[in-house]
Design a protein around this ligand. Structure first.
Ligand SMILES: C[S@@+](CC[C@H](N)C(=O)[O-])C[C@H]1O[C@@H](n2cnc3c(N)ncnc32)[C@H](O)[C@@H]1O
Length: 224
């Protein structure tokens, strides 16, 4: 299990019916079943070849009827509503498309690889409550950063523009560190890119991003 997968698992809670959408290897479902966190679990993937990996890993659980493999695009092909849905390792836009076609699961854990802002905006606009919204990192030499969004379909939420851009827990002091590293790295790159020749509209977008990053870093460090 990679550091990223272990970190995602640590945010998984109890459920009756769990679904791991885009499961590929199936490690997260194995964690749910081994720790008896759900009664049954769907492993689903759009690719039969990817799903095969999870089927091999979870062979015994499938034989016992506790794990059900499904080749499906998003939530569409799941034969029943699941009360906890994990989607990890896909893009935020892809996750939004899945939700648009189906529903926001009663409880969800999303780890978008990019476009987390779009996903946050979709969830909040559609009445979801976001309980945790943070960046975590993997690796020491070449650090990689991941967004993690945990919440529920109902309850509603209010987000500021900066929270949509950067994630609420990253700004409110609950999870400052991986985010601060990431924001400072991006700020450095942005400043360096501003030294190059480019179109005026590209420059204006970079200047805007620089200001947003500086304000976010200031917001976090001001609380530390
Ligand atoms: C990068 S892997 C992530 C695997 C695992 N969830 C993780 O986080 O380590 C993405 C997986 O999602 C699957 N996938 C991509 N689009 C999908 C969709 N619309 N519905 C279901 N699975 C999808 C791919 O086939 C692939 O196995």
């Amino acid at each position: 299990m990679t550091e990223r997968i272990a970190h995602i698992c640590s945010f998984l809670g109890r459920a009756d019916v769990f679904a791991d959408v885009g499961c590929d290897h199936g490690y997260m479902t194995r964690y749910m079943l081994q720790n008896r966190l759900c009664k049954r679990a769907y492993i689903s993937d759009i690719s039969a070849a990817s799903l095969k990996k999870a089927e091999t890993l979870l062979h015994d659980e499938i034989a016992a009827g506790r794990c059900i493999p499904v080749v499906a695009d998003g939530l569409d092909g799941l034969p029943e509503r699941c009360d906890l849905v994990l989607v990890a390792g896909l893009g935020g836009e892809e996750i939004v498309k899945m939700l648009e076609r189906a529903y926001i699961p009663p409880r969800f854990l999303f780890q978008p690889m990019k476009n987390a802002e779009k996903l946050r905006r979709y969830l909040v606009a559609h009445g979801a409550k976001i309980e945790r919204d943070l960046t975590f990192s993997e690796g020491k030499e070449r650090r990689k950063y991941y967004d993690l969004i945990l919440g529920m379909a109902e309850g509603g939420d209010a987000y500021s523009e900066q929270e949509f851009r950067f994630g609420r827990d990253n700004l409110n002091g609950n999870s400052p560190y991986p985010f601060l590293f990431q924001a400072r790295e991006e700020l450095e790159k942005t400043i360096s890119r501003l030294g190059r020749t480019m179109r005026e509209d590209s420059r204006a977008a970079l200047v805007r991003r620089k200001t947003q990053l500086e304000e976010a870093i200031h917001e976090v460090t001001g609380d530390l």
